[in-house]
Design a protein. Structure first.
Length: 218
C-alpha cells in the first residue's frame, strides 16, 4: 500500500478550486486576472471593426470606425461633405488617429503616436490594424506617406501643434508692423487633411499673397 499524497496547506487548497474561495481570496484572484487582461488583452476580446457597407456615402462608411473609437475610449469628431468625410480622435498625450473616406476610393487610416518631436508625421496603416493602436498604441506595419502639399509652408500634423507653434512665435519672435503685431492663424491645408499651416493676416495686403488665402480666412 502506497503512502497517501500529502495535501497542500489550507490556503493553497482553497485557491485550487473556485468553490472553496472565500470573498477576500476571490477578490484578489479577480484583481490579478483583470490586471493581466488589461496589460495584454487577448485578440479574441479586443473590439472588432464592424463591416463597412460597399457603395455607401463617405459619412456612412466611417460610421463603423466611429463606433470602434467610442468602444475603446476615444472621442471622435466627424466632418463630412457630399463627396468626402474625415474622422479624427485625439488623446491628451498627443496621440491621434484619422480616418478619411472619399467617394469611389479606398478608406485611408492614419495614426500619430505620442512623441516629443517638433513636427511628427502621420503614419498610414491598414484599417484592420486600427484596433491595435486604439487599445495598445501599437503601430503595425507603418508607412509614412509623402504629402501632396507643395505650397512650401511649414507643416504641422494637428491643429493643436500648429496653435502651439503660434504661441512660440508670439513669445520668441514678435513681428511688428507700424506698431501692430501680426495676427497669426492656423488652418488646414486644402490639399492634404494631414497638414496644418500658419499664416499672418497683414501679409495678405502686400504684393505677394500666400497660397491658400481663402482657407486661412475661415
Amino acid at each position: 500500500m502506497t503512502a497517501p499524497i500529502p495535501r497542500p496547506p489550507g490556503a493553497w487548497r482553497a485557491l485550487a478550486r473556485d468553490s472553496h474561495l472565500n470573498p477576500e481570496e476571490r477578490a484578489a484572484r479577480d484583481a490579478v486576472v483583470a490586471a493581466q487582461a488589461l496589460a495584454d488583452p487577448p485578440a479574441s476580446t479586443l473590439p472588432q471593426l464592424p463591416a463597412v457597407p460597399d457603395g455607401a456615402a463617405p459619412r456612412k462608411r466611417l460610421a463603423p470606425y466611429q463606433l470602434l473609437m467610442d468602444r475603446t475610449g476615444w472621442k471622435a469628431r466627424l466632418t463630412w461633405s457630399a463627396d468626402q468625410a474625415r474622422l479624427e480622435a485625439f488623446q491628451p498625450d498627443g496621440a491621434a488617429v484619422m480616418v478619411t473616406a472619399v467617394r469611389d476610393a479606398d478608406i485611408n487610416t492614419y495614426v500619430l503616436p505620442a512623441t516629443q518631436k517638433a513636427v511628427p508625421r502621420w503614419r498610414l496603416i491598414h484599417p484592420s490594424d486600427l484596433t491595435a493602436f486604439l487599445t495598445r498604441r501599437q503601430v503595425i506595419d507603418p508607412r509614412i506617406p509623402t504629402s501632396p502639399c507643395a505650397c512650401g509652408k511649414r507643416r504641422y500634423p494637428t491643429e493643436s501643434r500648429a496653435k502651439a507653434a503660434i504661441v512660440d512665435v508670439t513669445i520668441h519672435r514678435v513681428v511688428k508692423r507700424h506698431g501692430l503685431q501680426y495676427e497669426r492663424r492656423a488652418y488646414r491645408c486644402p490639399d492634404d487633411d494631414r497638414v496644418w499651416h500658419l499664416t499672418s493676416l497683414p501679409t495678405w495686403y502686400g504684393d505677394k499673397k500666400p497660397k491658400h488665402r481663402k482657407e486661412a480666412a475661415r
